[in-house]
Design a protein around this ligand. Structure first.
Ligand code: ASP
Length: 338
């Protein structure tokens, strides 16, 4: 396992090296087993506090971070915008400073504004984890997608991944493009011209191809990732109707005959059944949609563990008081929970 993992915050995949990504994935792999046990809890983050600060709707991500924190024995506190003082006019910065005054080790933030987690990282001592900021990045989603691909294909390098749909508004697409290209996969994106940002065409050197037709992007793909039509971020009409979108960009079983023989299908959720994905695909044997959710807990455990636990980079003690050197070494080698 790589030892040069130095990260205080997790703001995006763009600023990570391939080694750091691999280290996160390797660490997540060691945590997968904990969720299969009868007693799903280890003491790795006992005495640490994780605050989940969510300013946007979330089912999977918020629950996943909460479960991850609890399985590591951290104290997890959830704040959603409707119950926070932001609804009374407090600024994000003031909210963060007040939360900091209660000495959390980690603040997990989801916000509709791109850059909000980076803003907090500049002023907070706690480790900041980006749980999705506007259309910018969603690093833990890309990591859980990569873990799922690795689990099924054994590796990422040399794979062809097709990303289909609303690329423009998708933080999932951005984080995935950075991660997949850093780990040697090639990416084909396809979506309506209005929903594929021009900068994607400039990423050819990083192994990204832009196709107009869904069918062209899927040819020989080992992985097909479908993206949700992000209606909440669409301020204008990007395509004539949902029905027309479904006709041109909805994935059906017949499309998979164009892909590589054992192609797998993924979707970050929540999915619009019958729009970007048919039920026969979503519930079929090629779909790894629920595996992604399972792996999300392990990825978030790894992130919290590395940022708020043994790998903590903020100058405070690296391990809980009283832990001896041998135990610390064992823990850092990732074998503590074997
Ligand atoms: N759950 C993912 C996100 O928060 C994908 C989506 O919402 O479409 O970005």
């Amino acid at each position: 396992m790589s030892t040069n993992f130095k990260l205080k915050h997790l703001l995006g995949i763009r600023e990570l090296s391939a080694d750091q990504i691999t280290h996160l994935l390797d660490t997540a792999e060691t945590f997968l087993d904990i969720s299969k046990r009868e007693i799903k809890k280890v003491p790795a983050l006992r005495g640490r506090t994780v605050i989940n600060l969510f300013f946007e709707a979330s089912t999977r991500t918020r629950t996943s971070f909460e479960i991850a924190a609890k399985r590591l024995s951290a104290d997890a506190v959830n704040i959603s915008v409707s119950t926070s003082s932001v609804s009374k006019g407090e600024t994000l910065l003031d909210t963060a400073r007040n939360l900091e005054a209660m000495a959390p080790d980690c603040i997990v933030i989801r916000h509709s504004a791109a850059g909000a987690p980076g803003h907090l990282a500049r002023v907070c001592n706690a480790a900041i984890v980006n749980a999705g900021d506007g259309a910018h990045e969603h690093p833990t989603q890309a990591l859980l997608d990569a873990l799922t691909i690795r689990e099924h294909k054994g590796h990422l390098d040399g794979l062809k991944v097709a990303l289909i749909g609303d690329i423009l508004h998708s933080r999932v697409a951005r984080s995935n493009v950075y991660l997949l290209s850093k780990l040697g996969a090639t990416v084909s994106v396809a979506g309506p011209g209005t929903l594929v940002p021009p900068e994607f065409a400039g990423l050819i050197e990083q192994g990204v191809r832009v196709e107009r037709k869904l069918e062209d992007a899927i040819v020989d793909a080992d992985v097909v990732m479908i993206l949700r039509v992000q209606r909440e971020r669409q301020t204008e009409a990007f395509f004539p109707s949902m029905r027309e979108y479904a006709v041109h960009y909805g994935l059906h079983l017949s499309h998979l005959s164009l892909a590589a023989p054992n192609a797998i299908v993924m979707h970050p959720g929540p999915m619009n059944r019958g729009i970007e994905v048919s039920s026969e695909i979503a519930d079929g044997g090629r779909s790894l949609i629920l595996d992604q959710v399972t792996n999300g807990v392990a990825v978030r455990m790894a992130v919290l563990y590395l940022l708020a636990g043994a790998g903590k980079q903020n100058g405070t003690k690296r391990t809980p008081a009283g832990k001896n050197g041998a135990q610390e070494k064992k823990e850092r080698s990732g074998k503590l929970f074997a």
